[in-house]
Design a protein around this ligand. Structure first.
Ligand code: ADP
Ligand code: MG
Length: 324
């Protein structure tokens, strides 16, 4: 049973960043408007996520670490329906199988919260009352403490930290209406305002001063609606971590769309430079086929040519208009 849990865990929790992703998604699913993410030693030593979402009651806490405890999505097609990000109720169980986890939660209207601690799938302390604000606090310490092979597979603390931060950056861009603060080893790395404007989030994340530095692009095909904010060519970076693509608010990757953005910049982009952008693609998941593996982020679009042509065109047009 413990071994089965550890094996299953490997599918969900590959590294600290995958852990952060699951925790942040849970907070967003709980309707959080404010989220604080703390990382220590690249998330390997400690990940702490606090939210002001709807919280869990005593019974929820007891069940939270049971596999398939999800009340949410049931099939991969449902992934792109607006609503919840949760998939199969495996995340908390998987994380608890390979770390020391403390989970505390208080529901709105409840006098107090409750806490539980679990280590490698074993309950260390049962559900007990705790004083805390409404919402949920989850701490994941000593990730992979009981699976040394996985621990060895991790990269440097800086690399793992960067991946964790990137996960929250994408969450912040996908939900500009939610305030998010990231602390790394006790220092605030960034903080978004939750005003709902993606341009403000982009300016916060990439430190390019005014939000107005980003150009708005917009258009649609029969299947897709595209809205985006693209950085000036001079702001282009040497890697692709500042390329942000979302489908129905879910961060995804698609090389063809990324290439279409770059093609829209054309000669304006220096060799080996990648533009900063956030592109939001919306579609009707009942009508359009988007293929995605539940734990991977690379997607395939149907009618991809229509989409990439639109993206290239609107990017080029926006740049042409801004820089005659
Ligand atoms: P899933 O998100 O797929 O349902 P998880 O293992 O991630 O599965 O979480 C299990 C359950 O625990 C969730 O369905 C939800 O009810 C509850 N939960 C987890 N995190 C939170 C949170 N931050 N706030 C409120 N409820 C939560
Ligand atoms: Mg979840």
């Amino acid at each position: 049973e413990a071994l089965a849990n550890q094996i299953a865990a490997g599918e969900v929790v590959e590294r600290p960043a995958s852990c952060v992703k699951e925790l942040v998604e849970n907070s967003l699913d709980a309707g959080a408007k404010t989220l604080v993410v703390q990382l220590e030693e690249g998330g390997i030593k400690r990940i702490r996520v606090q939210d002001d979402g709807h919280g869990m009651d005593e019974d929820d806490l007891r069940l939270a670490f049971a596999r398939h405890a999800s009340s949410k999505v049931k099939s991969s097609r449902d992934l792109f329906r607006i609503g919840t990000l949760g998939f199969r109720g495996e995340a908390l169980a998987s994380i608890a199988a390979v770390a020391r986890v403390s989970l505390q939660s208080r529901m709105a209207g409840s006098e107090q919260g409750y806490g539980i601690t679990v280590e490698g799938s074993t309950t260390k302390s049962p559900v007990t009352p705790v004083g805390m604000p409404v919402g949920t606090i989850i701490e994941v310490a000593d990730l992979f403490f009981n699976t040394p092979a996985r621990l060895k597979y991790l990269r440097t603390v800086q690399t793992e930290q960067a991946r964790c931060v990137e996960v929250v950056q994408k969450a912040a861009l996908s939900r500009p209406d939610v305030r998010m603060r990231v602390l790394v080893d006790g220092h605030v790395l960034f903080q978004t305002t939750g005003t709902g404007n993606p341009q403000n989030v982009l300016a916060t994340l990439y430190g390019v001063g005014e939000a107005g530095q980003f150009l708005r692009v917009e258009g649609q095909t029969p299947d897709y609606r595209v809205l985006g904010y693209i950085g000036r060519p001079t702001q282009a970076r040497s890697n692709r971590t500042h390329a942000n693509l979302f489908v129905n608010q879910r961060p995804i990757r698609n090389i063809a769309v990324h290439q279409a953005v770059a093609a829209g910049y054309g000669q304006r982009l220096m060799v080996n430079k990648q533009p900063i952008y956030a592109l939001y693609i919306d579609l009707d998941p009942g009508l359009v086929d988007v293929n995605i593996h539940p734990h991977k982020s690379e997607v395939r679009f149907s009618e991809e040519r229509d989409l990439t042509q639109l993206v290239q065109t609107i990017v080029r047009k926006a740049l042409d208009e801004a820089f005659l």
